[in-house]
Design a protein around this ligand. Structure first.
Ligand SMILES: C[S@@+](CC[C@H](N)C(=O)[O-])C[C@H]1O[C@@H](n2cnc3c(N)ncnc32)[C@H](O)[C@@H]1O
Length: 229
């Protein structure tokens, strides 16, 4: 662990982590496009799981959830369409090869739109723009699948950001939230500060001021409970 990077259980709804990783070992791969800050998953697993619990990540990418869960002695199953390491199994998040009601916790950091190319797989939801209703239809199918595998009264957390592109704002987070509350009970909404994104340059800050728009400063982390039948 680097001195600066003390692991703290967050106590407010504003989470701001200076780096993607903590400690000296990698958690996921910070070169993977859209990699999740490992601290987010660490905080969630500390709060909502205990040793031996089964954690699932249906869109695990470079395996951040896998690494954090193993370190915390949780059981873990990870899936993605884009396979970059052997611990992550190939599956579509809308049809997971898992039985009903087996997960103690689900974490998911889904595509936010079609801004990142994850793979050539035609089923990648990251090929659909968040300006299109189909994007939310497909994410809702993922939510229904999460509900199927999650035990009753257990928790899931979903990380997502809004979009501002070509002078158009899309409240992706709110639009997804509207779908999620059809299936889950909201527990809380965390604002996770965005760092190291490609637009975090002097030129982009100048443009944001000059042309009267805002750079994305945070992502939503929706924490939800599986109370509904
Ligand atoms: C934001 S990234 C996840 C990053 C990951 N948490 C990490 O730390 O590396 C979103 C992931 O969703 C995956 N994905 C998109 N559509 C999918 C689908 N239908 N089923 C499974 N994975 C999908 C992409 O391949 C990508 O890896």
């Amino acid at each position: 662990m680097n001195k600066k990077e003390t692991l703290i259980l967050e106590s407010t709804t504003l989470w701001d982590f200076p780096t993607q990783n903590y400690g000296n070992k990698p958690h996921g791969n910070n070169k993977y496009n859209g990699v999740t800050p490992a601290f987010v998953i660490w905080n969630l697993l500390q709060r909502y799981t205990k040793e031996g619990d089964l954690v699932i990540d249906p869109m695990c990418g470079s395996g951040t959830t896998y690494d954090v869960a193993v370190e915390l002695k949780r059981k873990v199953e990870c899936f993605d369409l884009n396979i970059v390491r052997k611990e992550v199994k190939k599956a579509d998040a809308r049809k997971l090869p898992l039985k009903n009601n087996i997960a103690d916790f689900v974490f998911i950091d889904s595509p936010y739109s079609d801004n990142i190319k994850y793979s050539d797989d035609k089923n990648c939801i990251g090929k659909i723009s968040c300006e299109n209703n189909k994007f939310y239809d497909e994410l809702e199918k993922v939510a229904i699948e999460i509900k199927r595998i999650l035990k009753k009264n257990k928790y899931m957390a979903w990380l997502i950001g809004d979009q501002w592109i070509k002078r158009k704002f899309t409240p992706t987070g709110f639009l997804l939230f509207n779908r999620l509350i059809k299936h889950f009970e909201p527990v809380d909404i965390i604002s996770v500060t965005r760092h190291n994104q490609t637009s975090n340059t002097g030129l982009w800050h100048y443009r944001a001021r000059k042309f009267n728009f805002y750079l994305r400063g945070f992502k939503y982390l929706f924490i939800m409970k599986n109370t509904k039948s």
